[in-house]
Write a protein of this length. Sequence first.
Length: 491
Amino acid sequence: MFNQANALAKDKNAEYSIWRVIFASSLGTMIEWYDFYIFGSLAAVLSLKFYPPGNDTFAYIAYLATFAVGFLVRPFGALFFGRIGDVVGRKYAFLITLSIMGFSTFAIGLMPSYATAGWFSPIVLIAIRVLQGLALGGEYGGAAVYVGEHVPDSRRGFYTSFIQITATFGLFVSLVVILLTQSSMTAQHFQAYGWRIPFLISILLVVISLYVRVKMKESPIFSQMKSAGLTSTQPLKEAFTQWPNLKRVLISLFGATAGQGVIWYTGQFYALFYMQTILKLNPRSANIVIAVALLLGMPFFTVVGALSDRIGRKKLMMAGCLVAVVTYIPLYKGMERAAGNNVVALKSTRNKVTGAISLTPLTTDATGALVPAQEAASPNLPLLVLFVFIQVIYVCLVYGPIAAYLIEAFPARIRYTSLSLPYHIGNGVFGGLLPLIGLSLCAGTGNIYAGLYYPMIVAGMTFIVGSLLLRETHGRRIWDEMGAHNTRNQP
């Protein structure tokens, strides 16, 4: 029964070569992350184009929609598309998610502004953001499972790490596209029509990715399960009402993905927020710092993934959490010194109508009095790149092995559903809300480092729970649960 699958793993000329599978999965997932992040990267422009000026109440709703809804709906997308992936097939589910994300993003580039269409524009924009969050909630699990069920057991950490690169690469590409578009035209032209270009060009990438994915076959493990009648008819019920699996879900959430989520968003999004809002670097310089650090750090996802095949997933993830807790504050103090404008405190004001918080960084004058800080005139950009790069290495430690861990932690019949929920709660909720929580902590205390307390607490919790309860999955042969000896773990 399993001879075909075993032969497939050994046949380098088979239609489903491992690298073709990785390319098809990674390309689509990278595009989805690009589409998701391009929205956030251009939020300031979109708010001027699609939200009514002078309406504080709706501005608050739009604020929540832009920064929160796309993250908060991701677990619902994980449940919806996870069920499809476990019942109908992995390939079918992530074809749908790629289509929804791609065409939603393209639609933003075509939408009329508020000045042209009135309230239609912001309402539709919020709906598109919801669709993007739902689609992303289903995409990651499908791509990770699809790759993980094709590759040899002994190298699952290495091969699935290419899926892990896609989130960081999607952010990197979104920053590069924005920088290139802005540099190719005047600021006035970018405000007028140039902002549409990053949204519109994504459709080309989506069409290419859909073409590649349509030509791929179903995951071999799912195909074998379906032909043997072993697929689950009620994956949601089986995943979350049966204690052994629910226990794995909870341990994976609090002992792995929650800490991974906050470390990912601290090392990339919070670092960007900190440089722009607190250290007062101009946005272009801050984007360049992040882009360079990401480019330098991305190869280490595969290095850590390969290392996890040798020494285990758990050790590396727990090490990443621990080192983040111990070093975040020294790193951010170093970033403050590298900015060179001596920001020592913050003053916050809250809009009485909307509740929105604005921050004013403060420095000291010649008399020692606190005064508003000026934009950083001559920041040490190479040193800032180094400090962000170190944080990206922490991201690699926790994020590089986590796909392999999640695939190995759950049974095949409910794998897509089971791993998607803790992943997207950890990343979409714990991680995605980090900038807002960090801003609130800074505003409430006036301390420029207070925003780090939240990721340090969550990462510390994950280190404790993971160290005590997380099972090492390294070396697990995922075909064995189907009652056959698996020879796929041979190099």
